[in-house]
Design a protein around this ligand. Structure first.
Ligand code: NAP
Length: 282
């Protein structure tokens, strides 16, 4: 069993991003990521600080736009202003949103050319059509790690557990665009362990600690664990039981240290790509 090292992958991506950011700056462009934060939430604040630190390390400027109890119109208006601002190249809008505000009401106001986390429904549509776009960074991180593992995607039996718009669905579309045979599972899937146990590549994005056990894992499978669940001691654990993965998988991503660091690095890779005027970044 091989542990897939997300931190090492992220460090390599960050080195590429640093070089690209330096090139942009010497040509007079300061690559800039705007982070819209519509609620005051401790977990979000921690995540935003981690993006800011990574951006600073890569030479990408970040600009946090903290809002207090905004309406959908307030958030949409800010996203439109940032979209029109030539000094901003990438825009992300953090969740959770205030009560009563739906994600799809606001993300449609992000210019697709600056939509570095693939949140605008137009970006997801481009992805579904197999056209150039920024994919959601977490879904892109799943593919990045599979590519780095040199996993054979064409024709591979692949199961994605979770169908959210931010992770499961775009990960399934990215896999399909690379000719994998993709099954998407969710809370109504019958005989889920048997479906999963048929997968050469198993991607899990459920949000339940250690939801996947040995019975879900085909011996030798590549297992990508997207889940980040808080533990009692203030840490994080994944959706896959590490002991089960150790015993059955061919390789798997640990939590922490798997998909998470690659996600942040890809947000920055997408931002420098947007600053170069490219329509996709991964
Ligand atoms: P989400 O929106 O809550 O979606 C969870 C998905 O899991 C849903 O499709 C749900 O099915 C499915 N599900 C729930 N219970 C299930 C069950 N018993 N059996 C089968 N499927 C079940 O969550 P998300 O935003 O996709 O995030 C998933 C996890 O990834 C979370 O732990 C989150 O923290 C983590 N995450 C990590 C990163 C990163 O960078 N590492 C980024 C984003 C998210 P239904 O659709 O039927 O309800």
């Amino acid at each position: 069993m091989k542990l897939i090292d997300g931190r090492a992958a992220a460090a390599e991506i960050m080195a590429e991003v640093s070089a690209a950011a330096a090139e942009l700056r010497s040509a007079g462009t300061d690559p800039t990521l705007a982070i819209v934060v519509p609620t005051r939430d401790e977990a979000t604040a921690w995540y935003v600080r981690s993006i800011e630190r990574a951006a600073a390390k890569a030479g990408v400027s970040s600009r946090v736009e903290q809002l207090d109890a905004p309406t959908a119109d307030d958030i949409s208006g800010l996203l439109r202003r940032l979209s029109a601002d030539p000094s901003v190249h990438g825009i992300i809008c953090q969740t959770p949103l205030p009560d009563g505000v739906r994600l799809d009401e606001v993300t449609g106001h992000i210019d697709p050319g600056k939509d570095v986390d693939g949140a605008n429904p137009t970006s997801l549509g481009q992805l579904a059509a197999g056209l150039p776009t920024f994919a959601p960074a977490t879904a892109a991180a799943v593919l990045e790690l599979l590519h780095r593992e040199k996993a054979e995607l064409s024709g591979a039996r692949t199961v994605v557990v979770g169908r959210s718009t931010v992770v499961g669905k775009p990960a399934a579309l990215l896999l399909l665009n690379e000719h994998a045979t993709v099954t998407v599972c969710h809370s109504r899937t019958a005989a889920l362990p048997e479906v999963c146990a048929d997968a050469d590549i198993l991607v899990v994005a459920v949000g339940r600690a250690h939801f996947v056990g040995a019975e879900h894992i085909k011996p030798g499978a590549v297992v990508i664990d997207v889940g980040t669940n808080p533990t009692a001691d203030g840490g994080l654990t994944g959706d896959v039981d590490p002991a089960a993965a150790e015993g059955r998988a061919g390789s798997y991503t640990p939590v922490p240290g798997g998909v998470g660091p690659v996600t942040t690095a890809l947000l920055l890779r997408h931002t420098v790509a947007a600053a170069r005027g490219e329509a996709s970044g991964s």
